[in-house]
Design a protein around this ligand. Structure first.
Ligand code: MLT
Length: 328
């Protein structure tokens, strides 16, 4: 029997090319189908596996329309676009790549701190506009500044290691972290309450999953508790920041600036205050988009899809390693 793997977004690379050569697997590459709910529902009806990024909404309805599905493989770390409870209930393995792109995300966060501190993006644009305004772009050093890390899991820890090398003082808030865990040893991170972190930090970097209690965590009340000289960096999920409140905080001077790799709506539907502001640095959800990270991510989802379809175990499983759903 040939098992069909439906790829619903642009997940490409060497591992995918190798998968295509397997005789017992058929890769159906439909990188835009995520945006057409009717076509997607029709296509999943015949798939034994689907490989998605973050734009395919794998809802309970979609899962119900996929009677043969054994594995949903998420090419990335966030599972907020997948109804994992419905998949588990249906006996379908949910596999993801929780570690594979962490380093790239951490490095982009460092780039955001530097760009905010030294006006790199704004100065670059200014030169392209025909200027040479040295005095306009007086910046600050990262060394000696306090970095508040909200969510110090894999990515937050990698950021902490790098920020420490830059001489930053580190504070963190994470409801689930054990401050005595060995990977925090030597980092000199103070674990504090969120309000204290907001009050103390010169830079705040967010590394949280999107959950009911993290949605719009950064809102008017939180911005009011930050220093007026502080910068917010979000490379996690757009919905963690209330963009209406952020726009107001930027306009009123409640905070100094923000760098966002992620937006509440992707792609944004309008050129809003956040896009027009000279206090923001913006990138189009590219934190995980490095050649190295994508090679690891694509290899992980291809490996797990092939394994599960061949009756073996997924390595990056979120719910269980093998499908509870019997092959029809
Ligand atoms: C992730 O969740 O791994 C990153 O945000 C990248 C992505 O969503 O594709």
């Amino acid at each position: 029997m040939v098992n069909r793997i439906l790829v619903t977004e642009a997940v490409k690379g060497e591992a995918m090319d190798l998968l295509r050569k397997e005789e017992d697997l058929e890769v159906i590459f439909e990188p835009d189908i995520w945006s057409d709910a009717t076509a997607l529902t029709k296509a999943v009806a015949n798939a034994e596996a689907i490989i998605v990024r973050n734009q395919t909404q794998v809802t309970a309805e979609l899962i119900a329309a996929a009677p043969n599905l054994k594995i949903i493989a998420r090419a990335g770390a966030g599972l907020d676009n997948i109804d994992t409870a419905a998949a588990t209930e249906a006996g379908i393995v949910v596999s993801f790549a929780p570690n594979e792109n962490s380093l790239s995300v951490a490095e982009l966060a460092m780039g955001m701190f530097l760009s905010l501190a030294r006006n790199i993006a704004a100065a670059d644009q200014d030169i392209r506009d025909g200027n040479w305004n040295r005095a306009k772009f007086m910046g600050g050093e990262l060394s000696g500044k306090t970095l508040g890390i909200v969510g110090i899991g894999r990515i937050g820890t990698l950021v902490a290691q790098r920020a420490k090398a830059f001489g930053m003082n580190l504070v963190a808030h994470d409801k689930f972290a054990d401050p005595n865990a060995p990977h925090y040893a030597g980092l000199d991170v103070s674990f504090i309450e969120l309000d204290e972190l907001l009050a103390q930090s010169d830079f705040i970097t967010v590394h949280l999953p999107l959950l009911p209690d993290t949605r719009r965590l950064f809102n008017k009340e939180r911005f009011a508790k930050m220093k007026s000289t502080a910068y917010l960096v979000n490379t996690s999920r757009g919905e963690v920041v209330d963009e209406f409140d952020l726009a107001q905080a930027l306009q009123s001077g409640a905070i100094a600036g923000a760098a966002l790799d992620v937006r509440e709506i992707e792609p944004p539907t309008q050129v809003d205050v956040i896009v027009r502001s000279d206090k923001t640095v913006l990138t189009p959800h590219i934190a995980a988009f490095t050649n190295e990270a994508q090679e690891r991510v694509v290899a992980a989802v291809c490996r797990d899809s092939a394994a599960v379809l061949r009756g073996q175990e997924a390595e990056g499983f979120f719910n269980f390693a093998q499908p509870k759903r019997l092959r029809s």
